[in-house]
Design a protein around this ligand. Structure first.
Ligand code: GDP
Ligand code: MG
Length: 201
């Protein structure tokens, strides 16, 4: 299989997505792109797995802390944190509470530019500012302001890997190699075939 067809990304439908009855709608949007679903699970994650998931990306604690502190400044508020890593640790604590609160759907999608395509459809992290037409922009209403006021994680329905490197690490946390299925989708000949010479009789 050519290299571009092998790119993989991890998607979690977080507990709010399940409770809002959005499993079908979210999968529909990803499925319609032509990407191939190669892994699928329904589970309640352990605290250990969630921690491993976020800490698998080196520097995540600091960068998420910096992002969160900058969000306060943008609103002309003073962040209660001085140290981005400490702030990141608190964001992680809130995410653990959020993700272990109920069942989640865990998926691997595969195909050309899978990471970028899935991120585009998912939308930006904060639902308030995610683009119209994206899952986070269309299907929910949370904001950092509300999450921070209530000292909880922003409820944004999904997680999607941010890069190919992130995806590779994250997939290993949620799936054994043999749980990722290798199969052909009929539509792949339309998406990827160079000559499209198999259509006419
Ligand atoms: P994603 O890749 O778009 O999901 O976002 P990140 O990996 O940067 O952040 C992961 C999670 O951390 C998000 O889903 C949020 O719950 C939380 N988070 C990220 N940035 C901020 C922020 O600026 N403020 C707050 N309060 N939480 C944040
Ligand atoms: Mg991320």
């Amino acid at each position: 299989m050519p290299i571009e067809q092998r790119e993989r990304t991890l998607v979690l439908i977080k507990p709010d997505g399940i409770q809002r009855s959005l499993i079908g709608e979210i999968i529909r949007r990803y499925e319609q792109t032509g990407l191939k679903l190669v892994g699928l699970k329904f589970l309640i994650p352990s605290e250990k797995t969630v921690k491993e998931h976020y800490l698998s990306n080196e520097g995540w604690l600091k960068s998420v802390g910096e992002k969160s502190m900058a969000a306060y400044e943008k609103k002309c508020l003073k962040s209660p944190y001085q140290d981005p890593v400490k702030c990141g640790e608190d964001v992680l604590g809130r995410l653990i509470k959020y993700l272990t609160s109920g069942p989640m759907v865990v998926m691997v999608w595969q195909g050309n530019e899978a990471v970028g395509v899935i991120r585009k459809i998912s939308g930006g992290t904060e639902p308030l500012t995610s683009d119209v037409g994206t899952i986070r922009g269309d299907l929910t209403i949370d904001s950092y302001a509300l999450g921070d006021t209530d000292e909880r994680a922003v409820r944004n329905l999904i997680h999607a890997s941010g890069s190919v490197g992130e995806a590779e690490k994250e997939i290993k946390i949620w799936f054994q190699d043999e749980e990722i299925l290798k199969y052909r989708l009929v539509q792949e000949s339309i998406l990827y075939d160079v000559n499209l010479d198999g259509i006419l009789e």
